[in-house]
Design a protein around this ligand. Structure first.
Ligand code: GDP
Length: 243
């Protein structure tokens, strides 16, 4: 891929982000509203499992804002979801990574959907299974109209991984808004965290004009919970104010 192509891609992405619900300026105006619900973010959320869908067409019909979580198998996605919801068994922490291939919808506080997407990059499934699921996944990601943001989870203990970069670049090509969550930060030293996130940023900036919103999380210490929930709350207020 030529650097020109990459540049075009990142410009398109930036334009998309600035038109999207997470537009910084509008988000700034909405910040005050969001602060009023800060108290709610320190307590458990009201989470209701809605359904598991094998593909987009089986997903719940709804205009509720939707926020999806995805990452490589074992990145800590289930743990993060359970930590956000303060419910230790909402998403199943994976005993057999790569097995679940469903789009799981949870309704949060009767106002938004949290979507638990299957992990990618698990080596022990067949090539065909992986290809089929990738098709289903990108069909959902590119066509789900109420999808506001995809949280891409990155294991903070590791240097940049090729399949994470490929996934992120594909989101860019399809102009799907996303944010990054560096997980398991309690398992890293400060230096390791700095080195890995810098290497990740350097790698991304080879293709992208700017970094998306990044969060640092730990399911053990609950680090990042308030920031992620505030981001979700602000982006919803922004859209409400804009409509
Ligand atoms: P998933 O496959 O992405 O859903 O990953 P899981 O949530 O099942 O986590 C994989 C493993 O990492 C489990 O043993 C978790 O207990 C552990 N884990 C996940 N998140 C954290 C974290 O923030 N800190 C620590 N110390 N361990 C974590």
């Amino acid at each position: 891929m030529s650097s020109n192509n990459n540049q075009r891609k990142s410009v398109r992405h930036s334009e998309h982000i600035s038109e999207s619900p997470i537009n910084k300026e509008i988000a700034g105006q909405a910040r005050n509203d969001a602060r009023t619900s800060a108290l709610a973010r320190t307590s458990a959320l009201n989470c209701q499992f809605i359904k598991s869908s094998p593909s987009l067409k089986e997903c719940p019909i709804s205009e509720m804002p939707e926020y999806a979580f995805i990452g490589r198998s074992n990145v800590g996605k289930s743990s993060l979801i359970n930590m956000l919801c303060m419910n230790s068994s909402l998403a199943k922490t994976s005993a057999t990574p790569g097995k679940t291939r469903l789009i799981n919808h949870f309704m949060i506080n009767e106002s938004w959907y949290l979507v638990d997407l299957p992990g990618y990059g698990y080596a022990k499934v067949s090539k065909k299974m992986r290809k089929d699921f990738e098709k289903t996944l990108f069909n959902y990601l590119s066509k789900r109209e109420n999808l506001y943001c995809v949280f891409v989870l990155i294991d903070s203990r590791l240097p940049p991984q090729a399949n994470d970069m490929e996934f992120i670049n594909r989101l860019g090509e399809m102009q799907i808004p996303f944010a990054i969550v560096f997980t398991k930060t309690d398992k890293t030293t400060r230096k390791q965290l700095t080195d890995n996130t810098k290497a990740f940023t350097d790698e991304m900036l080879k293709t992208w004009e700017e970094m998306p919103k990044c969060f640092y999380s730990s399911a053990t210490t609950k680090k990042g919970r308030e920031e992620i929930l505030e981001f979700i709350s602000v982006s919803q207020s922004a859209v409400t104010q804009n409509s």
